[in-house]
Design a binder for this molecule. Structure first.
Ligand code: ATP
Ligand code: MG
Length: 182
């Protein structure tokens, strides 16, 4: 459930945003899982992996958050999305890496540290590397295998989440990547 909006508030989170090829592959995977579990597939344009969820912040603090994010560099890494699963407690079916790359854990750790240092609070649940494919899924045993999707990560984004008639709508409002060579 989403908390009530305050005027002047924006709902934001950091994420990995797939390129076109990975997005298409994940969306296709979503269709396969949908055929098994039903539910509501994530719109292709919304497919992402959340790194850090801040929730509502005051809009005037966005610039400070964006500044902080600029201090986090990305050591490019690859990740194999090769596992699909379903969480009964929230009825989310997802794809993720069987082995979470240490570089991904490291990126999340540095992002948390930097964002905390800048005075922002966020959800401190342990990071769960997953891409939501379906909501309201009827979770049960899944055909175990998915064709592995290779995701090359070289940047992360800040996303603003708002509601429209079709549900949550995401807008990328910042992107940061590998530190440029001097
Ligand atoms: P809705 O909440 O309207 O159903 P949504 O979950 O897609 O849609 P948001 O709630 O804004 O949209 O969430 C944005 C992203 O952050 C999603 O990937 C969501 O799973 C993740 N997220 C939301 N709340 C938390 C939280 N408390 N901790 C970690 N990640 C979260
Ligand atoms: Mg939500």
């Amino acid at each position: 459930m989403r908390s009530a909006r305050r005027p002047g508030g924006v709902r934001v989170f950091f994420a990995l945003w797939p390129d076109e090829a990975v997005r298409k592959a994940l969306h296709a995977q979503g269709r396969l899982v949908h055929a098994q579990l039903g539910g509501r597939p994530t719109r292709a344009a919304s497919i992402h992996m959340t790194l850090l969820f801040l929730g509502e912040i005051e809009e005037h603090r966005l610039a400070a958050l964006q500044d902080a994010a600029g201090n986090v560099d990305v050591e490019p890494f690859g990740m194999s999305l090769n596992r699909v699963a379903c969480w009964p407690h929230n009825r989310i079916a997802w794809a993720g890496p069987e082995r979470v790359p240490p570089a991904l854990e490291d990126l999340v750790g540095r992002l948390r540290q930097t964002v905390a240092q800048a005075g922002f609070s966020f959800d401190r649940k342990p990071f769960a590397a997953h891409v939501t494919l379906l909501r309201d899924a009827a979770c049960r045993a899944l055909e175990p295998d998915m064709a592995s999707i290779a995701w090359r990560v070289s940047d992360f984004v800040l996303v603003r989440s708002s509601l429209d008639a079709g549900g949550s709508n995401y807008q990328v409002i910042g992107r940061w990547g590998a530190r440029e060579e001097a």
